[in-house]
Design a protein around this ligand. Structure first.
Ligand code: UDP
Length: 355
């Protein structure tokens, strides 16, 4: 007996949301999530944040505290019951909840890998059951150390299963495959944003992210720790531009593919980043080169280059993030300086870190 296959749902056939609507943001108290929430509220969306505060902080939502149209639920979206109830009256969900950071991954690989996989599985299932559109955030980690620029149609290269880093990449890639499978089988409207290095105010440095680490080190007069020779490159996008790109993608009427790279294509070496941080902060800190093997467990690969192809993003949104590195670094320095003043009790009680 032959059975005809359902039509392939390669790309969402309509915008994930036609206009300002009811959005759920998982991980909405996190670094990128909180900027996304600000943007959505400014654009007239009603926003329901769900965050278990494992890495997010309610302080990140200080600028929108009490805003009409904002609801915050503290809890884990890995719980099917909670995910189901918050999606009950939603039109679109931006799924950002997840655990990131290479240091954290090296320290707690099981927790990080499982947390990322489970929450995505649960959200996709809950959304498919309720006809809620999904913008799933994935990661440039899925490209591993493949050839640059990274193009969405290229095979993913998470790496050896005996190494740790690939587990995170694989969990993210598996989330993408689940999204495609849901689209095929249940008609779920879903797009995937593969996020590249995103930086800006509110990013935590504790779990490895390079820019907040360098800025804090520079402001404290401590050595700025460049791993290896510092020749590895990254493209750093301002978090506010990334947030805007995600909102625009959710409203785009013509997605050129299900998976879309989101980030900046301005490539910088880590050594140059250290130089810019030292110049912009007028710090006397020195650069300290730290061999990779002193920071990463064996088998942990630090991709030598990470550069996105942004053709799809340009075609979907009509623009791509392009904030110059120096202005991003200046924003992070201002934010960290304000936070340090609050810590030392030098600011008035109403002072808050710059958004
Ligand atoms: N890095 C560094 N010193 C640090 C932290 C990070 O040289 O104190 C390097 C790291 O090895 C990587 C780059 O900066 O090559 C970006 O690291 P991050 O963790 O921010 O992002 P990812 O590695 O995920 O791109």
């Amino acid at each position: 007996m032959t059975r005809s296959l359902p039509p392939r749902a390669e790309v969402p056939s309509a915008p994930l949301c036609a206009g300002p609507c009811r959005a759920v943001v998982t991980g909405g108290a996190g670094f990128i999530g909180s900027h996304l929430v600000e943007r959505l509220l400014a654009d007239g969306f009603r926003v329901h944040v769900v965050d278990d505060l494992s890495t997010g902080k309610l302080e990140n939502l200080q600028s929108v505290h009490g805003a009409s149209g904002l609801t915050v639920t503290v809890g884990s979206v890995a719980s099917p019951k909670l995910a189901g109830s918050v999606l009950e009256d939603a039109d679109v969900v931006f799924h950002l909840a997840g655990v990131v950071g290479v240091r954290r991954l090296a320290r707690e690989p099981l927790d990080v890998t499982q947390a990322n996989l489970r929450s995505t599985e649960v959200i996709l299932e809950a959304a498919a059951a309720r006809g809620v559109s999904v913008l799933l955030t994935s990661s440039s980690e899925v490209y591993g150390d493949g050839p640059v620029p990274f193009v969405e149609t290229a095979p993913v290269m998470p790496g050896s299963t005996e190494g740790l880093r690939g587990g995170y990449a694989c969990a993210k890639a598996m989330g993408e495959w689940l999204a495609t499978a849901h689209a095929e089988q249940s008609g779920l409207q879903v797009a995937v944003a593969r996020l590249f290095n995103t930086v800006g105010p509110r990013q935590a440095g504790e779990d490895g992210m390079v820019l907040p680490r360098f800025v804090r080190q520079a402001l404290r007069g401590e050595p700025v720790t460049v791993y290896g020779q510092g020749r590895q490159t990254r493209c750093f996008a301002h978090v506010r531009e990334v947030a805007r790109a995600l909102v625009d993608l959710s409203r785009s009427a013509s997605l050129p593919g299900r998976v879309i790279n989101v980030g900046s294509a301005l490539e910088t070496s880590v050594a140059d980043l250290a130089r810019v941080v030292l110049e912009c902060s007028e710090s006397d800190s020195v650069v300290q080169r730290v061999p990779f093997h002193e920071v990463f467990p064996s088998g942990f690969v630090d991709p030598p280059r990470r550069v996105p192809c942004l053709r799809r993003l340009q075609s979907a949104n009509g623009w791509v993030p392009s904030a110059p590195l120096r202005s991003i670094v200046a924003d992070v320095i201002a934010y960290e300086r304000a936070g340090a003043m609050v810590d030392r009790g030098e600011a008035s009680s109403s002072a808050s870190p710059a958004p």
